[in-house]
Design a protein around this ligand. Structure first.
Ligand code: C2E
Ligand code: CA
Ligand code: CA
Ligand code: CA
Length: 273
């Protein structure tokens, strides 16, 4: 090992050990990130195709790391999930998102991602109820987005949680539909208000992804469930999903994720129209 100043040693390590050490460092930083106020939320609009109106925004978590800069969610959310930190982080996201949404026009909703661990935690229902009460947000303006992996096993508890949340008046969306173990039977078994079709099926040109998009949108429309097409980036893609039975669109073409100041500007400019 070679001395690298300030009593620290720089040791040659094989790649795997380097990445393990990096992981450990990231985990230590992640444990402190909440207390150090390093998280922010961005908000991405979603648009109803009929009438072309913004109906709400999805809250997307951002971690501003003092050294690494902006760490993408997919680089730290899995770790937050494995370590259980996601529960506290998720509570912060929920509260911050609801606080933001109370200042928007009342017809707009806020969509919040709920991780599988958070969904299965015992106090989810209490947390949601308390957060709505304390922020003053009407329950029907909150949509919780859950992924298929939250639905595996334990069907009875999952159903009980979904029904209890809906009992509060909260809406439930099935996120990233098609990417996991999805079977169309989930749509019948669990009470969803909305299905978000993953970007890969929305922009995928293979006949398989097109068939899945068509089938899910068709089923949603006959079951009376709203369907959001995710990740639309071009006007051609938008025209294409218009020709399917999708009800909503969310993607860079209709609006990128933005900070609260940009949301306020956007809402102002809409009101002047
Ligand atoms: P997601 O829930 O599917 O969110 C949509 C992701 O697609 C976001 O990535 C968004 O920025 C991105 N996106 C939106 N429109 C487009 C588009 O037109 N093209 C492309 N290529 N991408 C688009 P982001 O913000 O990096 O988040 C990634 C994932 O991290 C999210 O996927 C979600 O699974 C997770 N995530 C983000 N925030 C939270 C959170 O607060 N809690 C939890 N549990 N997970 C979160
Ligand atoms: Ca989502
Ligand atoms: Ca999604
Ligand atoms: Ca996705």
């Amino acid at each position: 090992a070679k001395r690298a100043g300030k009593g620290r040693f720089r040791v040659f390590e094989p790649d795997m050990q380097v990445s393990l050490r990096e992981r450990r460092e990231l985990e230590i930083d992640l444990r402190r990130a909440l207390a150090l106020r390093q998280f922010r939320l961005n908000y991405q609009p979603f648009v109803e195709l009929e009438g072309n109106n913004i109906r709400g925004f999805e809250a997307l978590l951002r971690w501003q790391h003092p050294v690494r800069g902006n760490v993408p969610p997919l680089d730290f959310i899995p770790m937050a999930e494995e370590t259980g930190l996601i529960v506290k982080i998720g509570e912060w996201v929920l509260r911050t998102a609801c606080e933001a949404a109370v200042s928007w026009p009342e017809n707009l909703t806020i969509a919040v991602n709920v991780s599988p661990l958070q969904f299965k935690s015992d106090n989810l229902l209490d947390t949601v109820e308390a957060t709505l009460k304390e922020t003053g947000l009407a329950a029907n303006r909150l949509e919780l987005e859950i992924t298929e992996s939250a639905l595996l096993d334990d069907t009875e508890n999952v159903l009980a949680t979904l029904h209890a949340l809906r009992g509060l008046g909260v809406k439930i969306s099935m996120d990233d539909f098609g990417t996991g173990y999805s079977s169309l039977s989930y749509l019948q078994k669990f009470p969803f208000d909305k299905i978000k079709i993953d970007r890969s099926f929305v922009v995928g040109e293979s006949s398989d992804s097109q068939a899945i998009l068509k089938a899910v949108a068709g089923l949603g429309s006959s079951l009376g469930i709203a369907i959001t097409a995710e990740g639309v980036e071009t006007s051609d893609q938008l025209e294409h999903i218009r020709s399917q039975n999708c009800t909503h669109v969310q993607g860079y073409f209709t609006g990128r994720p933005m900070n609260d100041a940009a949301v306020a500007d956007l809402l102002q400019s809409q009101m002047r129209k």
